[in-house]
Write a protein that binds this ligand. Structure first.
Ligand code: GRF
Length: 205
């Protein structure tokens, strides 16, 4: 069984997409062993509880710089992959060594555009519209010591329309996020991903 821990901070629609893709058999031999939130009351926790998935809330205001260490205690030797799904705290320290190329994140832009420190949520889409891009999208990437700087696994694009508000663009991209994240998890769970420095190679067979 390919075991996954999902880290969240909010509504958890990306978490829900993983749950749904396991239930409908797209993600074979995958199980979500736990959902960890860095915020009390994140709705994603309710989504997990409904499916009987173990949940932990590690309030980032309490754990502060110990947050990543505490998460490592929970996941070490328990899971094969850590998925950041709308998770807003920084993951750092020993966990990145112990889970090298085993932590992935979904970001709602085509990295390296509109990413990095403080670039999350609706702000990402406001910047994209301000810049006047004609295409935006989402990126699933491995997590390294930087912010949104790890090797890119999958990107999906959406058109930016002249009348778009940031919310309209966000909603259009979110639908692609839900597809891209499970696609990446499937490839990794089926051992079809090889990482060499910055490049990710996906085997076709
Ligand atoms: C999504 O836009 C995702 O790209 C970002 O957090 C937002 C909320 O995700 N990382 P979710 O609905 O909580 O999964």
């Amino acid at each position: 069984m390919f075991k996954i821990a999902v880290l969240i901070s909010g509504g958890g629609t990306n978490l829900q997409s993983i749950i749904d893709n396991i239930d409908k058999g797209y993600l074979k031999n995958c199980s979500i062993e736990m959902v960890i939130s860095d915020r009390i009351g994140a709705y994603g926790l309710e989504r997990a509880k409904k499916k009987g998935i173990k949940t932990f809330t590690l309030d980032r205001k309490i754990y502060k710089s110990q947050l990543s260490t505490k998460i490592l205690e929970l996941v070490e030797d328990k899971v094969d992959l850590i998925v950041l799904a709308g998770y807003l705290s920084i993951l750092n320290g020993e966990i990145l060594d112990k889970f090298k190329n085993k932590v992935i994140n979904i970001h709602p832009s085509l990295i390296p555009s509109f990413c990095g420190k403080d670039m999350y949520g609706i702000k990402v889409h406001e910047r994209a519209l301000e810049y006047g891009v004609k295409v935006s999208g989402c990126t699933v990437h491995f997590v390294d010591e930087g912010t949104d700087t790890g090797a890119i696994i999958i990107q999906k694009t959406v058109p930016v329309k002249s009348q778009d508000t940031a919310k309209m663009l966000q909603d259009r991209i979110l639908l692609k996020e839900h597809i891209a994240l499970s696609e990446a998890i499937k490839l990794i769970s089926e051992n079809k991903i090889m990482v060499r420095e910055r490049k990710v190679y996906i085997s076709e067979d």
